[in-house]
Design a protein. Structure first.
Length: 119
């Protein structure tokens, strides 16, 4: 049985990843050492890895599904409006039917929040 897919996100410096996930998105640090931080909020989890070599090769776009996008948007837009992605800075209904907004940090890591309509 599969439980969770956990992304590993590479940064030049640990503080860049913690700024996005902890300071902006409200994740808690579960573990941190010199090159790895495990962060989580509710059922979402990510591994923040300090590795300039891999950070130079990959700037991911990560999606987080939610059942309360308006609350998440209010929290993020109040706390860190500077990180709202210029292409989707507000909750917007997308052509595929989902509501979305996104944040993008200064290293170009993008996190899209998505809420699918209830059936």
């Amino acid at each position: 049985m599969l439980l969770r897919l956990i992304p590993k996100i590479f940064y030049n410096r640990m503080d860049e990843g913690l700024d996005l996930f902890v300071n902006c998105l409200g994740f808690q640090v579960l573990h941190q050492d010199d090159s790895l931080a495990v962060v989580a909020r509710d059922a979402a989890k990510a591994y923040i890895v300090e590795s300039p070599e891999f950070a130079a090769k990959d700037r991911p776009e990560i999606a987080i599904e939610t059942d309360d996008i308006e609350t998440i948007y209010q929290e993020v837009s109040t706390k860190r409006p500077d990180l709202l992605h210029p292409n989707v800075p507000r909750v917007t209904k997308r052509p595929w039917g989902a509501l979305e907004f996104a944040v993008r940090d200064k290293t170009d890591v993008c996190v899209v929040f998505r809420q699918w309509p209830k059936k």
